[in-house]
Design a protein around this ligand. Structure first.
Ligand SMILES: [Zn+2]
Length: 439
């Protein structure tokens, strides 16, 4: 029996199932995948979780890749951010980190026997079947990752009718699509750059609308499709169209870790995990539990996280200075800053939350109508810091007074903008201080 160790690049994947261990010519990775597939088929019938038996690498055991982890957790806390694109060369642990989050995902309260995991607490977000029920019985389900197969057809994605049953029994039975399975879960698209454009468009449309409709053979069913969209790709294998790139709210580029000490620790953890996944899982269970709790806490805090008018001004001025296309980036930066603060257990946003959100939001975006390349990280940091400095020094541009100020005030009440300033105040804290001293 020969056991070949990891190749250099494989050590960085951090997932033993991705590592190239060869046992008498048979790939253990392949065996792992086949066993997982068979168990999946068996346990799916009984609605059981096979990960009790087939553990993923624990999230807390991942070393480095802090931006990726923060962006990912922010999306789990607040799916309204809309998703994340992860780029990086082979062997940097993209898929491992995406899968590892299963160890910290919270439980969902769902309508019993609903095919789409409807939330019984929100009447306006029920599927066609649940809408017809007078009483909604509830049950708990583990939030999970739904993988999109690379060869996914439109029917498999959107959902369809079970043709065999229709022909045999004359009954119309819905075949739940990937978008239906993904509702309130994570939808993971590995190698998103290799998918046909129309499939990517369908997914991004559903992600934007939060709804999907299955229409086949005179049958029409609508269901919520609110999922955390995570796409990963290796840019060496092909680019994504800029139009599709722009529709991913956040992006992170994963680099290989070059610190030797960290690499050694990664290798050690991989070897221990591959020998005994269950014991390794127990080692990190406490840290995973803390993270799971911080996701729940962040979800509770999030509605109370306020953003100040001065922070809003820095965000929009920086987006304008960097010439990013459209206004979506400003909106995403606000939502992400609020969520990062909530993840840290705060109801107030700090400058560093905004700068990090700016980096995550803008590094993949076209600018100046597509004429400019996306901004570099150092360019984004410099722009935000300059605008924060200008705000402090009082040289910031005065706000434009709208003629519909009373309506603006009402709008502010709905989106957690703090009442930092009175009507007569400027957005400049120094000027405001001066005014107060005068009165
Ligand atoms: Zn339902």
């Amino acid at each position: 029996m020969s056991l070949h160790a990891f190749q250099e690049n494989d050590a960085l994947t951090m997932h033993p199932s991705d590592a190239c261990i060869v046992l008498d010519g048979i790939s253990l990775f392949a065996i792992h995948k086949i066993v997982r597939y068979i168990l999946n088929c068996i346990f799916k019938r009984f609605d059981q979780d096979i990960d009790v038996f087939m553990r993923n690498y624990p999230f807390s055991a991942i070393i480095g890749q802090e931006k990726f982890k923060t962006a990912y957790l922010a999306n789990i806390v607040n799916p309204d951010i809309g998703g994340l694109l992860v780029t990086g060369v082979k062997g940097t642990g993209k898929s491992t980190i995406v899968r590892s989050v299963e160890s910290i995902l919270p439980e969902l309260t769902v309508v019993k026997e609903c095919l789409f995991n409807c939330d019984p607490g929100t009447r306006e977000k029920l599927c066609t079947f649940c809408m017809e029920k007078n009483i909604l019985e509830t049950t708990s389900k583990q939030m999970k990752i739904v993988n999109l197969p690379l060869s996914c057809s439109e029917d498999r994605l959107i959902g369809s009718i079970e043709i065999e049953r229709l022909l045999k029994e004359g009954k119309k039975q819905i075949q739940v699509g990937v978008l239906g399975e993904a509702n309130r879960n994570i939808l993971y698209i590995d190698e998103v750059n290799l998918l046909p454009d129309h499939i990517v468009d369908d997914i991004l449309d559903a992600a934007a609308l939060h709804w999907n409709t299955v229409e086949r053979e005179g049958f029409s069913i609508s269901h919520p499709a609110e999922f955390v969209l995570v796409g990963s790709m290796n840019p060496e294998e092909g680019e994504l169209r800029p139009q599709i790139l722009d529709r991913f709210p956040l992006s992170v580029h994963v680099n290989s870790i070059m610190n030797a000490e960290l690499r050694i620790e990664i290798v050690k953890r991989n070897i221990v995990f591959s020998k005994n996944p269950e014991a390794f899982y127990e080692l990190f269970k406490e840290e995973d539990d803390v993270l799971r709790q911080s996701i729940s806490n962040a979800r509770e805090i999030l509605p109370d996280v306020v953003i100040s008018p001065s922070h809003l001004r820095v965000i929009s001025t920086s987006c304008s200075d960097l010439k990013v296309d459209g206004q979506r980036p400003d909106i995403i930066i606000v939502k992400t800053s609020q969520t990062i603060a909530a993840l840290d257990g705060r109801k107030t946003i700090r400058e560093e939350d905004i700068v990090l959100s700016g980096i995550l939001t803008m590094m993949h975006r076209t600018r100046d109508g597509g004429l400019l390349e996306p901004p570099r990280e150092d360019e984004i940091i410099k722009t935000f810091k300059r605008n924060f400095k200008e705000l402090q020094s009082g040289s910031f541009e005065q706000p434009v007074k709208f003629s519909i100020n009373s309506i603006n005030k009402k709008v502010d009440n709905f989106i957690q903008i703090s009442s930092e300033f009175d009507d007569d105040d400027t957005s400049n804290p120094i000027e405001r201080k001066k005014n107060k001293n005068l009165t």
